[in-house]
Design a protein around this ligand. Structure first.
Ligand SMILES: [Zn+2]
Length: 98
């Protein structure tokens, strides 16, 4: 029956396309997983650096010391209140100190 052969061939063709789509989904998922694993490793390394960082000096930017492992001395910036404001020239973080 030629009719059945054609039906069968078209069905197989459709299933082959769906199979190829599923393979592409796997490839995308594997790429996503690889990126996520790289982020996990990057964050784990960042945590280790924060834990290993020495205590910042009193006039030092905490963020630069803990997050970037570098020394930056805070500089005073104008303040409208009685609280003194300081800013880091490297990362831009601001701190208030009584
Ligand atoms: Zn800083």
């Amino acid at each position: 029956m030629a009719d059945n052969d054609l039906y069968r061939r078209r069905l197989v063709e459709r299933l082959e396309r769906e199979k190829a789509d599923a393979h592409q989904d796997i490839a995308r998922a594997q790429a996503d997983e690889a990126r996520a694993r790289a982020r996990v490793a990057e964050k784990a390394a960042a945590i280790e650096r924060v834990l290993a960082a020495r205590e910042p000096q009193a006039d030092e930017c905490k963020r630069c010391r803990f997050e970037f492992g570098r020394t930056s001395v805070l500089r005073p910036v104008p303040s409208k209140s009685k609280v003194a404001r300081f800013q880091c020239s490297l990362c831009g973080d601001e701190e208030e100190r009584a």
